[in-house]
Ligand binder design. Structure first.
Ligand SMILES: Nc1ncnc2c1ncn2[C@@H]1O[C@H](COP(=O)(O)OP(=O)(O)OP(=O)(O)O)[C@@H](O)[C@H]1O
Ligand SMILES: [Mg+2]
Length: 358
């Protein structure tokens, strides 16, 4: 016997093109009814890609036609064009308009991402934020930069930025903590240090959504968002809920890291978020004894990832003990030693990103 539920069950077997998540759990089904042998389904999606509604319609007609008792299928898809142009935000059912309004005052937002964990993404994010601060200051005489830690599984940004204490709440918004001239907000600041952060998929979605929309950043030239590794719900939710201007992909020099990195990056392509470039971390060891570069992890990973993603290699960050020490001490190397080769590499990357965003 067909019922609304059996239609929904059938629709739940359809994944949104390019995602491992189905259209029902994405909340894209507006209505599903069944009467006199006719299944009537309405979907609502936000995309600028005409192939997506076409492909969803075809899939829906196919699976609904198989439901017991269904003779005719009517699928209607309401397509909304993404609001924020440029760049288009094509995430399914995206609420970019709402979040864009709530992150008002923030001129540019970029995400730092990698399909692989432990490549130094958070380290890269804090140093990049500090590099933006330096480069924008140099150019304009002042700068306002923020960093948002969306890694709800293992937040590390507060430690690396040397911020302590809990953010306060003013007028129902979280006020970021500030150190070294950078505004910092992290999930890590909202939970007890010893509370194990066990978030499940749907909770992560909701948390990030609320988190992203309830921080009072004030006026910012640029906000750097540190994503958790991988291509799971958290990243997708973020891509949907924050009006990202672009993403920087971090990888390591090993060839083996490339496929995981590019897989992670493909998610951004699917939601129309431009990839601003690839940065290689731990590229080489600068031997302090003789000043020679030693390629401990091999070479070519950054070049290969950039090529596969059809983007540029923004730069290479050395494996530098001072980077780790800076992270542990809560003063990123870009702030503590701006004259170092490592800091200079970050400035170069920051300049290129700012250029491609302007
Ligand atoms: N270029 C570098 N030179 C030396 N140490 C580095 C470098 N980059 C990162 N590290 C160190 O490697 C460790 C892992 O870095 P980090 O936490 O930034 O990685 P991550 O990719 O954010 O990890 P996760 O996937 O767990 O979020 C840290 O101890 C950090 O100090
Ligand atoms: Mg991290």
């Amino acid at each position: 016997m067909s019922s609304e539920q059996s239609l929904l069950d059938a629709l739940a077997t359809i994944n949104y093109p390019g995602f491992s998540r189905d259209i029902v759990s994405f909340g894209l089904v507006r209505s599903a009814s069944f009467e006199n042998g006719t299944a009537n389904v309405k979907l609502a999606i936000t995309t600028s890609d005409p192939q997506i509604p076409a492909s969803l319609k075809k899939d829906a007609e196919l699976v609904l036609g198989e439901v017991n008792g269904v003779e005719t299928v009517q699928v209607e898809i309401a397509v909304t064009k993404p609001k924020s142009t440029p760049p288009p935000q094509g995430a399914p059912g995206a609420t970019n308009q709402q979040s864009a309004a709530l992150i008002k005052g923030v001129k540019k937002i970029i995400a730092v991402a990698s399909g692989k964990g432990g490549v130094g993404k958070s380290t890269f994010s804090v140093n990049l934020a500090c590099a933006f601060d330096h480069v924008i200051n140099e150019k304009n005489g002042s700068s306002a930069v923020g960093i948002m830690d969306c890694d709800v599984y293992g937040p590390s940004i507060p430690l690396m930025m040397g911020v302590r204490g809990r953010p306060t709440i003013e007028e129902e918004s979280l006020v970021p903590l500030e150190n070294l001239g950078i505004k910092t907000m992290s999930m890590g600041l909202l939970v007890d240090a010893d509370t194990p952060v066990i978030w499940r998929g749907p909770m992560v979605n909701k948390t990030i959504q609320q988190f992203a929309q309830n921080v009072n950043w004030g006026d910012l030239d640029i906000l750097v968002v540190d994503l958790p590794p991988g291509t799971g719900d958290a990243q997708l939710s973020l891509a949907q809920n924050i009006p990202l201007d672009g993403a920087v992909i971090v990888t390591t020099p090993q060839e083996a890291a490339v496929s995981v990195t590019t897989r992670g990056a493909k998610m951004f392509e699917k939601v129309n978020i431009p990839i601003l470039g690839v940065s290689e971390n731990m590229s080489y060891f600068l031997n302090p004894a003789n000043g020679e570069k030693e390629y401990l992890f091999g070479t070519g990973g950054g070049e290969k990832a950039a090529e596969e993603l059809n983007t540029t290699l923004l730069g290479k960050i050395p494996l530098d003990a001072a980077i780790r020490q800076g992270g542990d001490a809560g003063i990123p190397i870009v702030k503590s030693t701006p004259s170092s080769e490592t800091a200079q590499a970050f400035f170069k990357i920051a300049r290129q990103i700012l250029e491609s965003l302007s």
